[in-house]
Every structure is written in C-alpha cells, then in structure tokens.
Design a protein around this ligand. Sequence first.
Ligand code: ZN
Length: 407
Amino acid sequence: MPEINGERVLADLRALKALAPYESGVHRPTLSPEHVASLKWLETELRAIGHEAKIDGIANVFGISKVTGPKLLGGSHLESQNHAGWLDGPLGVVYALEAARAVKADPTFANCGVDVVACCDEEGHYGFFLGSRSAVGEVDDALIDGAVDRTSGIPMRDALAAAGLAGVPRHVIDPKRYVGFLEAHIEQGDWLEAHDLKIGVVTSIVGIRQYVITTEGVQNHAGTTRMAIRKDAGVAAARIAVAISDQFPALAGERTVWTMGRITLEPGAPAVIPGRAELVLQMRDADNAVLDRLEGKVREIVAEADKSGPCRAGIKQTRRTEPAAMAPHFMDAVRGAAEADVPGRHVDMPSGAGHDAMVFSRHMPSGMLFVPSIGGISHHWTENTSDADIVMGARVYIDAVARLLGA
Ligand SMILES: [Zn+2]
C-alpha cells in the first residue's frame, strides 16, 4: 500500500491555517486574499510532485497527473465560513494531495494517479456549490454573472478579476477519466465521538427541502386595537411553527432534522401588530419518502391555518436538493480500509451536511469518509480533530484510494 507521511499531512494543514489565522481557526471567505493565497499554495505543492496544476476561471484548483493508467479524483474545498474552523475543507484537500504524493512514490502504483481538486465556494458565499458544479459542467456564465458575496455584496466577477482570474477559462472534467471521486471531511457532528468510533463510511448525502411560509393579517396599533378583532400575522406564524414541532416527530425518520432558522415580522415594531410574517423551514433527510411525508404534513398545517383564519397563510418551496447516494464499491473500499486500520470502530452513516461529493456523484461513482470532530463542533473557530485522528484518517483514505485504483 502507498505510504503516507502523517507529519507532512499535519504540517500542510498547519501551513494552510497560517495563511488565514483567526483565533484557533481561520477566516478564509471565498476569493478573499487569504483564500487566493491558499489556492496558490496548493498549486505550488501540486507542481512540486509533477502534476499539471492550474487555478481555473472560477477559482477551482486542479492538479492533473500525467500517468496513463487508472486515476482517481480526490479533494474538497479550501475556503471557510466566516470566522470558522481550520479543517472543514482543507482536510480533504490535504488528504488528496498526500495520496497523490504517496501513489506517485510507490512503484507498484507507477501507472496510477490521484488528481486533486479544490472546489471553489463549497461554503456558499456566492451561491450553491458553484465550484464543483462548474467542474462537472453544470454552471453557465450567466450564473456567475449574477453571483454576489452574501456578506460584502461584491459581485463574483469583480472578486475573480481581483484574484487575477478574469477571462481565465473554466476547467470541466471528463468523468470517464476517473474511477471516481473520493472526499474526506470532518464529521461536523458528534456521532463518531459519542460512540467512540473513528471513521464514518458515508452512505448518502441528505436531500434538503426549504420553504417560505407566509401569513398575512392586518397591521394596526398595538394600544388601541381590541384583542377580539386582531389579525396578528406573528401569532399565526408562531402557531404554525408550534404545529410543525409537535407533528413532525411522528412522521420523521431516525436522523431527519428540521429547522425554522428565520422568522420575520412586518413591520417588526413593539407597538405595531404584525401585518405579515415569514417563516423559513428547512428539512433534511437521506430518504425522499420521508421528505415527501413531511412536506405533505406542512402543507396540510398551512392549509388548515389558512382555512381557520383569522389570517391567510401560504407556503412556497424555495429549494430542493435530491439525496445523493454514494457508490456501493466506494463504500466497500472505505469500509475495508477502516476495518484494516481501526477494526470495529467504523460506522455507515449519512451526511447531514452537503458536500462537493454530492455534485460529483451525479457524474461518476463517488464516496466519502468522515473523521471525528471534537465535541461535534464545526462552522466555528473552535472546530478541531486530534492529530492522531487526522493522521489515522489519512491512512484510511490512502488505503481506500489504493483499493479503488486496484494496482
Ligand atoms: Zn466542508
């Protein structure tokens, strides 16, 4: 089996962290100078192992090996959420980079290669998986023309130009070149840690459905309007929220999650009865049948609220992502590698978060593995994984790569 250098994996991750430090994590939003520095760092490392390396027109980094035999695509992303953790993304990129080095150094695998990709904007500062979707040919230029940074409002075109990428062509992969795509990631939850497990073999990436529920009442004076004649849109929205929390559990699966992450009242003043309210509901599950059931239930709750009054209520779906199944032979490879390194301490599990593997899985066999997150914390600068687990994950990753390349 090709051999990884655990110290080098840790050193690479620390080098990336040092390019964008924030507390014990990083601040590396998409196309920030710190993000661009990390792309150039990767490009340099890829050239050092003889890969053809480039940063393309949407700031994806590709490292392409020159061998003629079986090739695997590995990677993840380099940007972070604002003021967030150092491993969300870079872990998968550094594992793929180290796998590319290890495969190259092993004479048994002389004919095999690992291509490396860092997909731009997995964290969604500008859009929705724009980098990986561009890499598989799902993004047209108009989508980039319309993309703006959700924090700064800066157009993506301006940010790409500032990074020196104006007019640079985008690279679209040929899925036939690869045995498939393998992404490693921190778990970002506490399932592995809580069960004293070391590796999550990802079976699927959950589907996401999102809705805006709107209630319409009558805006009026909070001091002079009698309670009996009020049409308070805020109260109507709150009732719907409570009905969802009360009625979903009986219909949900074991790992279904739902969140009402935003509620807005108009005009949102202490002395004014809300005339209108908006409630955003998001739900996730790996099984469309479960999501269908919950969607049916929320539509029923809203229709009932609309019928019984005194406010009108409506619902509109604003997002739908299909669950993505990982390829069974990729799961076998990860499971076999985990069993060899950490016998009995791996588990099959769905991913509750979206990942680039979800996009690649639409075009070629794909797989994912998780390593434990300390305390289950992610999207926060305290996110961490022990050095021992980082190195263990890299060993499992390269073993899985070796099984998939089959030299
Ligand atoms: Zn990530």
